[in-house]
Design a protein around this ligand. Structure first.
Ligand SMILES: Cc1ncc(COP(=O)(O)O)c(C=O)c1O
Length: 415
């Protein structure tokens, strides 16, 4: 019998830390100092955000990039730019960060949940089709964990029903679908640069598009309702200031220099880990679609079937953590179950429409199963190291499986 589980007093597989995140160095220091000394700290005076917008857009196959303060307002601005409002319906997945749905509410539109696929964890096209009504105006596929959603299906459905497709690419910087970059696959896209993301400045976001009209509308919305040939104190509609600052632009330009090499490493390590784990009973790494030509692996996500594996998710997480492998259960709520939706706590939005809504009636069994019992996440920095790191992670899963019978008493909640 192999070494006992660390959870039960054995020696952990791993005591060294994994690659720390964020990765930064002299380049960031120099560029930040240069920006500081320039005295041009705002987007409208400096060069950093403007340069970043261009580079990021080109890398993602787009003519336009509009940098904003985070990946929540970028979603909302994209919806507003497309004219979504007035209690239109927007289809979103239930298995995503809350912003994908709250951005819809903050555009005064109604989020309608369509379930995800149990293999890829991305929106299920059949569920999207079934959720369409005469009021549906848009769909927001999330490229979950960094794997592009089924965009051929999304675009075909959108063409049939005249819908806007807004990609939520918060997890997917640098990912490709049939060799085409995410961010250019739908009509408009949104990315986040929040601390955990594969490209980060602590906070930040960007909208990408090839549609000149949408780009111009986003630029106006992110800049207090100004218009291209207007004067400074001239405002054409109610809006706010969502411009990104130059210090974040400086950091993002340096982080962008690192992105390609980091994405290559994550994709290689992610594939290696998926191959190792897929042979274990009850362990289902995110299914990789044939169209995914580059996975950005913001998360390495697994579905664990407790009956087939022989231990509950909570016990497995506790055992893996004790072996030195940081991991979590991820989202504990499918979005329709969130108090926000159950109580329709929509603040100033959807006054008339809210009365008729009942999110308790949503049918999203795949999302429910993953949130309540089966989802397991490893974060992207675990994939940034050597093959030995991947062997340690796989070795820990194998060890936990070998000793699964000893885990009966460890059904504690660990998230
Ligand atoms: C899928 C998804 N969409 C949107 C967001 C919102 O981004 P931000 O945190 O920059 O507002 C996140 C952030 O966690 C996310 O994971």
């Amino acid at each position: 019998m192999a070494q006992a589980l660390a959870l039960l007093g054995g020696t952990p597989i791993r005591t060294r830390p994994f690659t720390a995140w964020p990765v930064f160095g002299a380049a960031e220091e120099e560029r930040l100092l240069r920006t500081l000394r320039s005295g041009n700290w705002g987007r409208l005076d400096g060069v950093e955000v403007a340069e970043f917008e261009k580079r990021f857009a080109v890398l993602h196959g787009c003519q336009h990039g509009i940098a904003v303060v985070n990946g929540t307002v970028s979603l909302r601005i994209a919806l507003l730019a497309a004219g979504i409002s007035g209690e239109d319906e927007v289809i979103v997945p239930p298995y995503t960060f809350v912003s994908t749905a709250t951005a819809v509410l903050e555009a005064n539109a109604i989020p309608v949940f369509a379930d995800i696929d149990l293999g890829t964890f991305n929106l299920d096209p059949a569920a999207v089709e079934a959720a369409i009504t005469p009021r549906t105006k848009a769909v927001i596929p999330v490229h979950f964990a960094g794997q592009p959603a089924d965009m051929d299906a999304m675009m075909a459905i959108a063409a049939d029903h005249d819908l806007l497709v807004l990609e939520d690419a918060a997890h997917a910087h640098g990912a490709t679908y049939r060799e085409r970059p995410v961010g250019s696959l739908g009509h408009i896209a949104s990315f986040s640069f929040q601390s955990s993301k594969n490209l980060t400045a602590g906070e930040g976001g960007i909208i990408t598009t090839n549609d000149d009209r949408l780009a111009e509308a986003c630029r106006s919305i992110h800049n207090c309702g100004r218009v291209p040939d207007g004067v400074w104190y001239e405002h054409h509609f109610v809006s706010g200031n969502y411009r990104l600052g130059e210090f974040q632009g400086a950091v993002l330009n340096c982080q962008l220099d690192r992105l390609d090499a980091q994405t290559t490493i994550r994709d290689r390590n992610g594939r290696r880990l998926a191959d190792r784990l897929a042979v274990l009973p009850g362990i289902y790494p995110q299914a990789r679609s044939a169209e995914c030509t580059r996975h950005s692996y913001h998360l390495f996500m697994i579905r664990i079937d407790p009956a087939a594996f022989g231990a509950t998710r909570a016990a497995v997480i506790a055992a893996l953590q004790a072996e030195g492998i940081p991991c979590s259960a991820g989202y504990g709520y499918s979005l329709p179950d969130q108090p926000l939706f159950r109580n329709k706590a929509f603040g100033p939005f959807l006054h008339r429409a809210a009365e008729a809504l009942d999110y308790g009636k949503c049918q999203c069994p795949n999302s429910d199963l993953i949130c309540r019992e089966q989802g397991l996440w490893l974060e992207q920095n675990l994939l940034l190291g050597s093959e030995q790191d991947i062997d340690d992670i796989a070795g820990a899963f194998e060890k936990v499986h070998t000793h699964r019978a000893a885990l009966g008493g460890f059904d504690v909640q660990t998230t």
